[in-house]
Design a protein around this ligand. Structure first.
Ligand code: HEM
Length: 148
């Protein structure tokens, strides 16, 4: 069960990254043109759903794998891997997911399609930068050596 969830969480990162990039590109290209927001809204929605699935799987792993119980324990901050999974990864990803969610719900309420595109572009770009910086990529030496 745990292994399956880790695998799912790990491979879903690519779906998240692809959907985020497409939403950002669509937001960027529509920010100065009077084009319909509908296509961008759908991609941004799928990106947000994939982020929320990551959040649910991540939270399950956080408790199942015992990271939650390590919060505040002695040596947590000194151990790079423990600090990353107990605190950094979880907090930064929650901030990134919240940003994309706020960006999407704000854009939905707007009526000017250029402003809607711009909002998706800005919020999703910031969110993606945080996500990229918070993924335990194999080259970061965090005990994760697989790309999928
Ligand atoms: C866009 C959001 C996220 C992405 C792209 C992402 C990506 C990843 C990746 C690639 C791994 C390494 C998996 C492996 O060992 O192969 C991982 C591990 C982990 N993630 Fe996330 N994550 C996200 C959000 C979250 C959130 C919000 C939480 C917690 C609330 C979370 C909790 C965890 C935990 C606990 C592990 C370590 C599992 C273990 O014990 O090995 N993740 N994540």
């Amino acid at each position: 069960m745990e292994t399956g969830l880790i695998h799912l969480h790990s491979s879903l990162r690519w779906i998240v990254l692809i959907l985020m990039v497409v939403a950002i590109v669509k937001g960027f290209s529509g920010r100065n043109k009077n084009v319909s927001f509908d296509g961008t809204r759908k991609i941004a929605l799928f990106a947000m759903i994939s982020l929320h699935i990551q959040l649910l799987i991540g939270l399950a792993l956080y408790f199942m794998r015992g990271w939650a119980g390590k919060w505040g324990t002695e040596g947590m901050m000194a151990d790079k891997i423990m600090r990353f999974f107990t605190m950094e990864h979880m907090l930064m990803m929650i901030i990134a997911i919240a940003l994309a969610t706020i960006g999407y719900s704000g854009a939905k309420k707007m009526s000017d399609s250029m402003k809607q595109h711009k909002r998706i572009f800005v919020f999703y770009l910031i969110s993606l930068i945080i996500i990229l910086a918070s993924i335990p990529w194999p080259f970061r030496g965090l005990g994760v050596d697989n790309w999928i």
